[in-house]
Design a protein around this ligand. Structure first.
Ligand SMILES: Cc1cc2nc3c(=O)[nH]c(=O)nc-3n(C[C@H](O)[C@H](O)[C@H](O)COP(=O)(O)OP(=O)(O)OC[C@H]3O[C@@H](n4cnc5c(N)ncnc54)[C@H](O)[C@@H]3O)c2cc1C
Length: 387
């Protein structure tokens, strides 16, 4: 909607304009085809790297653009207006693949990987989910057994975004030393390490051009250099990384709702029934009003959470609220957008149904809506204890 919020500076506006132009010129013409074929948008990733978009919130000293979370959210929002698959490819790379290295990596790991990631020379991914450990991420079954100076990794990860295209991946495993459980630990590995095998791309309802796969670890050998952060502290580390990632999923939801809204508004202004354009009917106007209102409310939540993070303030509750609300807004708005299109909305050629299919995952990935409500409730309970 091109909304103006107090968090936006002139630099943010210029960035938004640049990304919006790129999305309109390069992504929009190919988005429907990518969705149809499920082909990974490698050329667009390359173009985004050339525009310095693959490391927006990564400090300049590590090769990033050195911008803030508000800027990053704006980029994801604008990309998702055109295509959610492209937006999630960049968002998973940044929030899940790159941020954990910035947050928990040793100086050596940061110097080795961050410039490659931030310049888009390689993609990043995070392997957390397993067949038996999704919302219950602590139920990780992947094992890392210390034998001599080697960690032998065995296990499986499910639904990993950029799983087949990433050059480096952080993942969780339960660490065993002398048979003793030392707790969940994050490892960082090059994806060409022997013993790491990627599954076939999943056939998905939406986000069809993004790469989602299972990853298998079969006696993969790593060393202490592959430990990311503190052994046994992996669960806490991942929770911290996901809290930041939720802001970008919120931004992705804004873009998904926004894209469908723009299509529906234009269509309603052209389509005629009963001798007038359908946007003359109050029923259609009210649907557009509801989308615009909820989109504005969601934008306030998402950019406020981003701004809080940029101020170095706690944003766990606000990020969960932003992700929860914006994803539910995306689901409702994209459904209403199809309603405004009538029967044509159900037909692929008209493009609006892609937004509806892309919206559903937003209520599931990086913590389902139920899990967001649990996180928010926990924070509210803590506040209640303090008063
Ligand atoms: C396209 C796609 C991309 C993804 N990308 C990644 C990725 O890059 N990296 C990664 O690690 N994972 C990724 N995921 C996995 C995703 O994060 C999980 O699917 C999600 O967290 C839910 O886990 P689950 O599928 O095991 O569902 P489950 O945890 O089995 O949940 C099933 C249902 O039970 C509910 N539920 C579970 N626990 C509770 C509870 N305590 N209270 C109330 N309700 C509950 C859930 O909300 C849900 O409705 C991706 C998934 C998809 C589909």
């Amino acid at each position: 909607m091109g909304l103006e919020l107090p968090y936006f500076t002139e630099e943010h506006r210029m960035l938004r304009e640049m990304v919006s132009e790129f999305a309109a010129n390069e992504i929009v013409p190919v988005a429907a085809e990518l969705d149809h074929t499920g082909e990974f948008p490698a050329t667009l990733v390359q173009q985004m790297a050339e525009l310095d978009l693959m490391g927006v919130p990564i400090p300049e000293e590590y090769g990033g653009a050195g911008m803030d979370t508000v800027a990053y959210a704006l980029v994801v929002h604008e990309l998702a207006i055109a295509d959610a698959s492209v937006a999630i490819t960049l968002a998973a790379h940044t929030s899940l693949g790159t941020m954990p290295i910035l947050l928990f990596g040793s100086e050596e790991q940061k110097r080795k990987y961050l410039p490659l990631l931030a310049k888009g020379e390689i993609l990043g991914a995070l392997g957390l989910t397993e067949p038996g450990a999704g919302s219950d991420a602590g139920a990780t079954q992947t094992r890392a057994e210390l034998k001599g100076d080697r960690y032998i990794i065995n296990g499986q990860k499910s639904f990993i975004t950029n799983g087949g295209t990433a050059g480096v991946m952080a993942f969780t495993a339960r660490l065993y030393e002398n048979g003793e459980d030392r707790g969940i630990t994050v490892f960082l590995t090059d994806t060409d390490t022997p013993g790491l095998r990627t599954g076939k791309p999943e056939k998905k309802m939406g986000w069809r051009a993004s790469d989602t796969r299972a990853i298998y670890f079969e006696d993969m050998e790593l060393t202490a250099d592959n430990l990311l952060g503190v052994p046994g502290q992996g669960f806490r580390q991942v929770i911290q990384a996901l809290a930041g990632g939720r802001i970008s999923v919120g931004a992705l939801a804004l873009g998904t709702a926004d894209g469908a809204y723009r299509l529906a508004r234009s269509y309603a202004h052209e389509r005629e029934a009963f001798g007038q354009t359908i946007d003359r009917f109050q029923a259609i106007q009210f649907m557009l009003s509801d989308i615009a209102t909820s989109l504005t409310a969601a934008s306030h939540l998402v950019y406020h959470a981003a701004w809080l993070k940029d101020q170095g303030r706690s944003a766990a509750k606000e990020a969960a609220m932003a992700k929860l609300f914006a994803s539910e807004v995306a689901m409702r708005s994209t459904s209403d957008a199809i309603q405004i299109y009538g029967g044509y909305g159900y037909i692929r050629e008209y493009n609006v149904e892609r937004y509806f299919r892309d919206a559903k995952i937003l209520e599931i990935g990086e913590g389902t809506s139920e899990i967001q409500r649990i996180i928010i409730a926990r924070e509210i309970m803590k506040e209640a204890e303090r008063v």
